[in-house]
Design a protein. Structure first.
Length: 198
């Protein structure tokens, strides 16, 4: 592992714990086996709201939804349709998720979840994985982690079929070095990245 990455991660860890302590603790302690149907609905709608949007804008809309859990507060037609379906079927979806052998693959079958957002929801539900978003892909490539298809770029994430091994390898190595969960490493790096990507 590049010593520069270790140094960056240590700074990111201090930053995440200082600026987002509650979120850090939630990600670090959440386990899938402790989740219930209401947790699932909250996390699913959270991820759908945040998909493809700047964090600060998505949070404002999500907070409105929390006050009035009705899909009419969503202006995007695809997101509105997904949230309407979730409000109706989330109990069934969660039951199927609990039974699924490959939980992340099952999440990809839900409305408005794709090859990146399925990892976001999985991590938020306590499944120990990382979300290969544009921030982490940029960092992984800058630190010398190689995409197996040479297609992982912040502009071309969705066309890459390598399962974003560059990000997974980076997060796993950091998790092992610092005795942390992969999902916690992901959160730390993401929080640091968005803190400086305004």
């Amino acid at each position: 592992m590049n010593p520069e990455l270790s140094s960056l991660f240590e700074k990111a860890l201090v930053f995440a714990k200082k600026t987002r302590p509650e979120e850090y603790d939630l990600v670090d302690t959440r386990r899938f086996e402790d989740e219930d149907t209401e947790d699932f609905l909250f996390q699913y709608t959270y991820v759908v709201f945040h998909s493809g949007m700047k964090y600060s804008i998505a949070m404002k809309m999500f907070e409105q939804f929390e006050k009035n859990p009705n899909a009419t507060v969503v202006s995007h037609p695809g997101k509105r349709k997904a949230i309407q379906a979730a409000l109706q079927d989330y109990g069934l979806w969660f039951a199927k998720l609990k039974e699924a052998q490959d939980k992340i693959a099952f999440l990809a079958t839900l409305p408005y979840l794709g090859p990146i957002t399925k990892f976001h929801l999985a991590r938020n539900l306590g499944i120990d994985c990382c979300k290969p978003d544009r921030h982490l892909v940029r960092l992984a490539l800058a630190q010398g982690y190689i995409c197996q298809e040479a297609k992982c770029t912040s502009r071309d994430l969705l066309s890459c079929k390598c399962q974003h091994t560059c990000v997974t390898t980076m997060c796993q190595e950091l998790a092992e070095k610092y005795s942390m969960r992969v999902g916690t490493v992901d959160f730390v790096l993401w929080a640091y990245a968005i803190g400086f990507d305004k």
